[in-house]
Design a protein around this ligand. Sequence first.
Ligand code: ADP
Ligand code: MG
Length: 254
Amino acid sequence: MEMIKLSGVQFAYNGFPVIKGITHSFAKGSFTALLGPNGSGKSTLLRLINGILMPQSGEVAVMDRHSGSYSAREMARHMAYVPQRQYNTFPATVFDTVLLGRNPYISWSPAKDDRRITAEILVKLGLDDIALKDINKLSGGQRQQVFIARALAQQPSVMLLDEPTANLDLRHQHEILCLLKELSESGITVLVAIHDLNLALKYCNEFMILDNGHVRAEGGTEIFDEKLIEEIYRVRIKIIRDGGEMFILPVEPV
Ligand code: ADP
Ligand code: MG
């Protein structure tokens, strides 16, 4: 089943084209890495999919419905978006931050169910020990997990994450991607903008490479070849295969 369908999507910021006609479908339960150099349009595409931005031409359909026809509240019950940077302004506990993810379901004040769902997610992600800590006092890795927990509290069918592993240490990078892979295996459609090609290769099963607002390549691991990566990233690389796994070794900028 196609959860998201992009048809000829174009977008420009103040007349400056950034997304130049993208057609692509994301199937239920797929785990897609959105790749491409800085400025290629990854974050903009995620915002278009989430309905934060509307395309100037073409269409974004979410579960066979035009994205513009969803209210923000309704969209949040289907799709969760974890932006790249999260700024904190006031102190809040981990529990309350995750409980906020229930907002699209809450009409007056949180019900027992909302607190139960929040507590279950904290346990699932191993965050229950720090439930009462101020999120401003957490490490980067823990904070990212809290924001993913908040996204999960929305009980979404689709999760969009913009560089969720940026600034994380090796263990937390792998923990986050392992978790996202599990979520995709449970049927959630996951789309992640990411710079680390090897992390993407290890965990994702679909790849979409953006280059200057166009889709340059899409598909499974077969799309990766030395010439393509060199052209897009302007770095000479070597592809190394070990059993069923594939690794990209950067050699030098070209
Ligand atoms: P990526 O996430 O792949 O780095 P972005 O989607 O952030 O790419 O940016 C794509 C292009 O759009 C870049 O040229 C960037 O400078 C431009 N851009 C991004 N956000 C804005 C904005 N809010 N206003 C104007 N231009 C923007
Ligand atoms: Mg970006």
